[in-house]
Design a protein around this ligand. Structure first.
Ligand code: ZN
Length: 81
């Protein structure tokens, strides 16, 4: 189980790095709308345009992003990262 979690986290990190590289490429081109979601991928709430402009490539609403960061922080503390 731990190996599966480690592999999943490694895959997630790779995908995140790819997504950041892609977003940065588009950010240079000034095409933020292509990668910023209009609705949160977690809860389907509308993501305000100000947030979509501010957070290039945003996929989560502020509430879901905060929850995800809170969970990640707890995981890091639990695992001693
Ligand atoms: Zn959300």
């Amino acid at each position: 189980m731990a190996d599966e979690i480690d592999r999943a986290q490694a895959l997630e990190a790779d995908q995140r790095a790819d997504a950041i590289a892609e977003v940065r490429g588009r950010q240079v081109a000034g095409d933020w709308r292509v990668v910023s979601a209009e609705r949160c991928v977690e809860c389907d709430d509308v993501i305000p345009e100000a947030r979509r402009r501010l957070v290039v490539g945003v996929q989560l609403c502020a509430a879901c992003q905060g929850e995800r960061e809170r969970v990640a922080l707890i995981e890091r503390r639990t695992r001693g990262w």
